[in-house]
Design a protein around this ligand. Sequence first.
Ligand SMILES: Cc1cc2nc3c(=O)[nH]c(=O)nc-3n(C[C@H](O)[C@H](O)[C@H](O)COP(=O)(O)OP(=O)(O)OC[C@H]3O[C@@H](n4cnc5c(N)ncnc54)[C@H](O)[C@@H]3O)c2cc1C
Length: 432
Amino acid sequence: MTHHIVIVGGGAGGIELATRLGRSLGKRGQARITLVDANLTHIWKPLLHEVAAGSLNSSEDELNYVAQAKWNHFKFQPGRMCGLDRARKTIQLEAKHDAAGVELVPAREIAYDTLVLAVGSKTNDFGTLGAAEHCLFLDSRDQAERFHNLLLDQYLCAHAHPQQEGAGQINVAIVGAGATGVELAAELHHAALLMAAYGLDGIRPENLNLTLIEAGPRVVPALPERISRPVHSTLEKLGIKVLVGSPVQEVSAEGLRTANGNFIPASLKVWAAGIRAPEFLRELDGLETNRINQLVVLPTLQSSRDEHIFVLGDCAACPMGDGKNVPPRAQAAHQQASLLAKSLARRLEGKPLLEYRYRDYGSLISLSSFSAVGNLMGNLTGDVMLEGRLARWFYVSLYRLHQMALYGTFRTLLLMLSDRLGRSTEPRLKLH
Ligand SMILES: Cc1cc2nc3c(=O)[nH]c(=O)nc-3n(C[C@H](O)[C@H](O)[C@H](O)COP(=O)(O)OP(=O)(O)OC[C@H]3O[C@@H](n4cnc5c(N)ncnc54)[C@H](O)[C@@H]3O)c2cc1C
């Protein structure tokens, strides 16, 4: 029987791995590759803040797993993994129900020879009182679209009834001034300008009150301080209120209360601080996990307790050698997918596995169409600080690299052309 590689999770890392393995082992008939995902389409997660603000129409940038599988010699199985039987080498998928609760697809099992888990992460609200109930999260396309619809509703309401009390104001609070929170704040400011330009001026851009709340002493705490400073000042120039050293203690329908006693009124509240891996990994047939449910892996990306199970991306606790783990970033998921594509082919040939070493190529923070700030690291250039249009160009090219891994260079160029044409025929903002 041909060796069966099952990849669970078709996100930034999983879809790249399935595509690479399909084009190599799958095409040559050396292995059967199956990708399992809970959804039918993939959208690159770093675009979700743009979906939330409406500056990106997710249905235009999504990738259909069924078609990708057909074009790249792998199989796709829709389903949500909920269990594992290591002795029998099978994974379990939940039953699927329709909106009325009628079972459409029964619970089932898929057998594997090699399993790759790439199920990503979710936002961690650290059990903060009221956060799960009153905050929105940006973990999936559905959540980002929900935020966009709520934002649009407020605009439409204010546009239709400009005389109603408070109609001309929206208070939005974002918890967490990491990359996601900062990028969302800048994107929302940009969306407010576009809404006004399209005539939805019941809420004037200066009346969109954006507050970014950070527990740590500075914005983008994971990046060097010299990047935090220009990011902070750009946000303030855009009129975004930035509160640092302000851990949120409680969230209610009316707003958020910080540990230092401030109350920030907000009708829309987004929690964008911290991550944890999905809950089902915690009890996965004895695999080792850390306190945020990530599966502990060896440098070969094999699970510490099962050599037939590999883990990549946000759901892997992969040591970097300095006591820290590889950060949950798209570039790490991409590097690990590239390494595993080679390593799993070597494994079939009986050769030793490759070891993963994280290479930090720097980080770029998009401040919407206004600018970007960040640093790039390379062997020749060292650590270079970038700002403005050049940084913005590098930022956009990260997504283009992901597209190239999935579609190849020629189709990516066609997609870029189609995006450019789309910009001249469609509104710059999703207004529905
Ligand atoms: C708003 C936002 C902005 C970001 N911006 C950046 C950025 O600018 N730069 C950067 O480097 N990183 C950024 N990140 C982080 C980056 O998106 C992640 O590090 C990256 O997507 C992780 O890739 P992954 O393959 O591990 O998981 P994901 O891309 O999260 O994919 C996980 C996949 O697993 C599927 N799945 C989950 N559970 C199951 C299950 N039980 N069964 C089947 N399928 C399942 C999901 O449907 C999904 O397709 C951002 C994240 C967010 C949320």
